[in-house]
Design a protein around this ligand. Structure first.
Ligand code: SAH
Ligand code: SF4
Length: 390
């Protein structure tokens, strides 16, 4: 099979929600300001109203205009007449034995994506999705076997963060002392989809999430993972400013072509050049090289030594990911011994090489296991298209 490495194969258009109101969630500050003016807010007041509304929505997590007590009653009515504050719908929530939470989330058109919350002792990471499915077909990835693809809107991306905060009870309580511990301290764009094939929406969403007057998550607490969409890599630094992770997974083009088919378009040498040029790299801001450990495929000592050679000149750390199996997967996880031997070689060459502990395996929430339930149930494409109103 030839690898579809364009953005637009099998992409379904979105069914628009049946309302002429604008959803506030996901609008950038500029877009929201414009929308407020278009709805009748006097231009002179727009900046102040924007600030007030932004705080209600993103700092306090309020969804009801009527509760926005520092706005005049008739202005609240005006807002309610023109806007909504809407999140994607949580269809199911599963909690793993290890505390990992997986949300199946339904978005406009009936499509579904998965969101995973991973609590650790010193942090809590939310893994969010950027697309329904993925146009790329990495051979070890469950999401890549899902045919249906559509880009999420910025609102649907921000909405994933907000619904997880709802579930975790993480919005501040008015009048209560400020609680500095963050349940969601980090965000990784490592769920379903290739974020750099939905760049503008991912960027706008992350701007909202980073905004200091709202959710206020620092740019270094966000990591975007890409399979290697070379032309968009530099923009990640200049337009979002977050950290970068790259799904590297192989040390020769021959093997990477098989595992990460986008390699046929931008090979290892081209990818490394783009990574070397990533703006703002330093020892405190390194690129994470993700490397899935596949038994007998990419896990030899020679691979480890080659990887060290390839990393030269790039502030990097290597995240070793024991392969997470899924039904019908064509690979097996490397043995613990292999993984440790591989990690030691990388570590001895001077690079951090943590082995990622699989989380939430009992609920299929681990890396690469995400695939929406509609697809799992083998719903026909025609059926999904019909539901999407096509
Ligand atoms: N599309 C982006 C982000 C989503 S995938 C990307 O490919 O980088 C997030 C990470 O999970 C990637 O590093 C991906 O290679 C890895 N992954 C996918 N399937 C996996 C599996 N079955 N086991 C372990 N890791 C997997
Ligand atoms: Fe898409 Fe990433 Fe899965 Fe590859 S690993 S198919 S790019 S989600």
């Amino acid at each position: 099979m030839t690898a579809p490495i364009t953005q637009d194969v099998l992409t379904l258009p979105r069914k628009l929600p049946e309302t002429d109101k604008t959803n506030i969630v996901g609008l950038t500050r500029d877009a929201l300001r414009e929308a407020l003016i278009a709805a009748g807010t006097p231009e002179k007041q727009a900046k102040m109203r924007l600030g007030q509304l932004w705080q209600w929505v993103y700092h306090w997590g309020v969804r009801d205009f009527a509760a926005m007590t520092n706005l005049a009653k008739d202005y609240r009515a005006l807002l309610a007449a023109h806007f909504t504050i809407e999140l994607p719908e949580v269809v199911t929530r599963q909690i793993s034995e290890d505390g990992t939470r997986k949300y199946l989330v339904r978005i406009a058109g009936g499509h579904e994506v998965e969101v995973v919350y991973i609590p650790e002792t010193d942090r809590g990471t939310l893994c969010i999705s950027s697309q329904v499915g993925c146009t790329l077909t990495c051979s070890f990835c469950h999401t890549g076997t899902q045919k249906l693809v559509r880009n999420l809107t910025a609102g649907e991306i921000v909405g994933q963060v907000m619904l997880a905060r709802d579930d975790l009870g993480e919005w501040p309580v008015q009048g209560a002392p400020k609680d500095e511990t963050r349940l969601i301290s980090n965000i990784v764009l490592m769920g379903m989809g290739e974020p750099l094939y939905n760049f503008d929406n991912v960027r706008d969403a992350m701007k909202v999430v980073m905004d200091n007057e709202g959710i206020a998550l620092g740019r270094r607490r966000i990591t975007l993972s890409t399979s290697g969409v070379v032309p968009e890599i530099a923009r990640t630094a200049t337009e979002i400013g977050c950290l970068l992770a790259v799904s590297f997974h192989a040390t020769t083009d021959e093997v990477r072509d098989q595992l990460v088919p986008i390699n046929k378009r931008w090979n290892i040498a081209t990818l490394l050049e783009a990574l070397k040029a990533y703006p703002g790299l330093s020892n405190s801001e390194r690129i994470t090289f993700e490397y899935v450990m596949l038994d007998g495929i990419n896990d030899t000592k020679e691979d480890a030594y080659r990887l060290v050679e390839l990393l030269k000149g790039i502030p990097a750390k290597v995240n070793l990911i024991p392969f997470n199996e899924w039904p019908g997967a064509p690979y097996k996880r490397s043995s613990g011994n292999r993984i440790h031997a591989f990690a030691d070689i990388i570590y001895n060459a001077g690079y951090a090489s943590p082995i990622r502990t699989p989380r939430g395996e009992d609920i299929m929430a681990a890396c690469g296991q995400l695939k929406s339930a509609t697809e799992r149930a083998r719903k026909s494409k025609a059926q999904i298209a019909a539901e999407a109103g096509l």
